[in-house]
Design a binder for this molecule. Structure first.
Ligand code: ZN
Length: 239
């Protein structure tokens, strides 16, 4: 059953040069980055405040020091390396078959694997900006201190990551909508599709080759043209 499904996917990929990949936390779990929304993820661990609160814009503004304690501890995985899924997606792009990777992850692993057109819906831990003068800072700015990172101008340095209460970047969303609406094959992988507004973007797909690869059930399982309920690595190692 699984083998047949993977064979069908391989056939579709072989015939297409307009594939778009839409991924979530499950893409990076095999690189050792935990899915913070999964049952045993950090959302169920004990902190002074719930992670959804800590990772919100108002909390960042009010308790910047506590935000950074949590953020450094739980959101930054500097030594993580791309896994087979990241690498295969980059290869498909080099072959001219894959047009875009749309990701909800903030770990930068797609770029590290060699992907060029990566649309990061939720930003990236690798980019940080001064809130006052908008000067760019690399991740080192956050990791070389245990305190709140400040710019030379006195402004607070904030990660280029979309926090709760913040909206997605318009330009990134437009590009994602365009890529999805024009795609021949849409491969959705490693996402439970219940984080909005990101998950709603797959609604823009108009084709008939929607592939859904996820270990657990999603609200879109019935709409998939090809549903593969397993880990991404299991599938991508065969491609
Ligand atoms: Zn500044």
């Amino acid at each position: 059953m699984l083998t047949e499904k993977i064979e069908l996917l391989k056939q579709w990929i072989a015939e297409s040069n307009n594939i778009v990949f839409f991924g979530g936390a499950g893409v990076s779990t095999e690189s050792g980055i935990p899915d913070f929304r999964s049952v045993d993820g950090l959302y169920n661990q004990k902190y002074e405040y719930p992670p959804e609160t800590i990772l919100s814009h108002s909390f960042f503004m009010r308790h910047t020091d506590k935000f950074y304690d949590f953020y450094r501890d739980k959101m930054i995985y500097k030594n993580a390396k791309p896994n087979i899924t990241h690498l295969k997606l980059a290869e498909l792009e080099r072959q001219g078959k894959l047009k875009a990777v749309i990701t909800q992850n903030i770990d930068g692993l797609h770029q590290m694997a060699g992907s060029k057109n990566v649309l990061e819906l939720h930003g990236s831990v690798w980019r940080n900006y001064c809130m006052k003068c908008h000067r760019f800072y690399s991740l080192e700015k956050l990791t070389q201190t245990e305190k709140v990172p400040y710019c030379d101008c006195g402004g607070i340095v904030k990660p280029d990551v979309v926090l709760y209460e913040e909206s997605l970047d318009d330009d990134t969303v437009s590009k994602a909508v365009k890529a999805i609406s024009e795609a021949d094959i849409l491969i959705i992988g490693g996402t439970s599709l219940n984080v909005y507004p990101a998950a709603g973007l797959i609604r823009f797909y108009k084709g008939r080759k929607m592939v859904l690869i996820n270990k657990s059930v999603t609200p879109y399982d019935n709409e998939a043209d090809l549903l593969i309920q397993t880990g991404l690595g299991e599938v991508f190692k065969e491609l």
